[in-house]
Write a protein that binds this ligand. Structure first.
Ligand SMILES: [Zn+2]
Ligand SMILES: [Zn+2]
Length: 177
């Protein structure tokens, strides 16, 4: 097996531990996985399946790595390793949820379908350029780049309806950074 690790020794220890456990529990972890730490994005982690000669790659959000607790980081690594162990296109279907539940039972962690970065605290958002909060539920969203959302988050259409809202509760966003 060859696991291609990051530059971060502390994270590599967590990664190696998670991969070893997944193999020990007989999940179908690919032989080659490349782990990389990427600039802060909307996701905490992302599994990119092998293509064009590139190995399966698991991306970890740098802000999570710098400001998340060990449990937050470990849950994200497992979340992505579960994707990696299942066929491409499985997403968060019943099979994914079943494996996540099994791993939670074995580890005492809380791996979830949708990791909410709002719980990671203010430091997590320091590395983001733009930060928004839902006025209804308080959900926080960080972005590193100028996007259509950043430009138009508070614009209204011709009927006075907001162009963007939090899909969960129709709350409007306010910019806090
Ligand atoms: Zn996922
Ligand atoms: Zn909301």
């Amino acid at each position: 097996m060859s696991i291609i690790l990051t530059q971060n020794v502390r994270i590599n220890t967590l990664i190696t531990n998670c991969v070893d456990n997944m193999k020990k529990w007989n999940y179908n972890v690919p032989n080659t996985i490349k782990f990389v730490i990427v600039e802060p994005r909307r996701f905490l982690g992302q599994c990119v399946f092998a293509k064009n000669g590139n190995p399966l790659t698991i991306k970890l959000n740098r802000s999570l790595i710098n400001h998340g607790t060990e449990n937050d980081i470990t849950e994200t690594i497992y979340h992505e390793l579960i994707h990696a162990s299942l066929p491409k296109g499985t997403h968060h279907n019943a099979t994914w949820c079943k494996v996540a539940k099994e791993v939670n039972e074995k580890t005492g962690l809380h791996i979830s379908r949708l990791a909410d970065s709002s719980k990671l605290g203010a430091d997590y958002y320091k590395e983001y350029k733009y930060v928004f909060r839902c006025k209804k539920c308080g959900k926080i969203i960080g972005l590193s780049r100028m996007t259509r959302f950043v430009k138009n988050y508070n614009k209204k259409d011709s009927n006075g309806e907001p162009l963007w809202w939090h899909s969960k509760d129709h709350g409007e966003f306010e910019r806090i950074k």
